[in-house]
Design a protein around this ligand. Sequence first.
Ligand code: SF4
Length: 518
Amino acid sequence: MENRENKRNKDNKEVLLSISNLKQYFPLKKDRVVKANDGITLNIYKGETFGLVGESGCGKSTLGRTILQLYPQTYGRTMYYGRSLDDLAPGYYLNTVRSLPKLREQWRELEKKKEQLEKKYEGLSEKEQFAGYEELDTARKLAEDAMLNMTKIVGGFVVLEDLSKVQTEFEKVYACSKQITTLGTSLQDAQVDLSDAEFALEKGRGSQSKVESCRKRVEEICSQIETKRAELAQVRTGIDAMREAYRNDSEFQKYEAFRDEGIDLARLTYNEMRTLRRDLQLIFQDPYSSLNPRMSVGQIISEGMKAHNMIKKKDERMQEMVLKVMEQCGLAPYFLHRFPHQFSGGQRQRIGIARALATGPKFVVCDEAVSALDVSIQAQIINLLQDLKEEAGLTYLFITHDLSVVKYISDRIGVMYLGNMVELAGAEDIFTHPVHPYTEALLNAIPTTDEEGKKELQILEGDIPSPVNPPKGCKFHTRCPYCTEICRQVVPEWEEVRPDHFVACHHKIRHGEDEEKS
Ligand code: SF4
């Protein structure tokens, strides 16, 4: 279960995205589903590059797109901490607060059902328990989900018998936040108008009075925002005082621990998610098909800026802004009016990167961003991504099937197999002490040129099984050289084998020990 205490790692890095039990199933005919992601739990920290590796078809690209909500997730939670609930004031906040008594009733019923099922399966044989596992698992998840939807917003107040005062106070919080976000949009427009008026004056076309009136408007909105912020702080102080009264109530404190300022991406409306698109961007694998052949480089890069009202559609300074991004991405200014077919693969990928960075994102999914390029060009693009990350403080999810690529760019690496994360550790650690047999196999398949690399390459035998009908127990057991009976029957637990090194394998200790001894 999630807990808001976990919003920083041991190095005190803040969490940017917290993904829990994320499932992405694609329906097929006859009630069959492709389980592309099957319960992924992961934190991505601000400013890190998280490398995600695995063979083609393991679900890594689907995970990247599901985190960005390009595919609606089937189950789980994707919390985003790049902005707070107050910054966005999403509709689900108000809906939850307004229907709190009804939602709590539903939660209690789900809890009751879960307890009944737990009793029903208690004392049964392992085989019988296994038959009912799915039913019980679903009941537990539904109850947990219902509880989290409420407690993430109102925390421990969910246990109070009379919820009317809580509802009133949280509705006030929502009203203030909503007014601040609306004023924030007006401020953005007023700032664009002011900058327009100043530009016109500079070019001898405008008037000082126009500049003054625009400036006055900006100041007015800023002052209104200040007033609303003070109001919000006051309401929050009132809520904190109410909270203080339950300091010694263990039931209250138990649920209070789930209170969370993050944004639950899956619960946003289309328009709310669209606002966040500015923060969350994607660089595609194929630099050929991902660029519109009918649009010039300038149009491609400026599209996002216009869509997010960063500048007016016919503003003369658009070109200046586009040229700045192009320069950052190593694109010559005279490329501005050219079309995608006039470029090489590496240059096209630079255009794709410029397009993603034009809106000033916080998180970028690089989906096999260098896989389609020549090796020499790959290095250039990786260096460019590194430089841009440092300049803009970006966070990357770097998806690739090539472990040797992620080694140089990633802070941490996650290894995926057939929709599940099987190992996760620091980049250095995973290369020197791989614990999962699949990671070991991927590492053994990397060609090297140094002395040690003279050992024969070991190619992983067999194909990845179908995600429609994955193997029972450990999904890797059909290809694993260490497989035993337990692997064929029981799904291995996700455990921390060394600090910050997680793995899902029944025989992990043995592999870990083997490594340590060698
Ligand atoms: S659980 Fe068993 S089959 Fe799966 S990776 Fe570990 S040793 Fe191999």
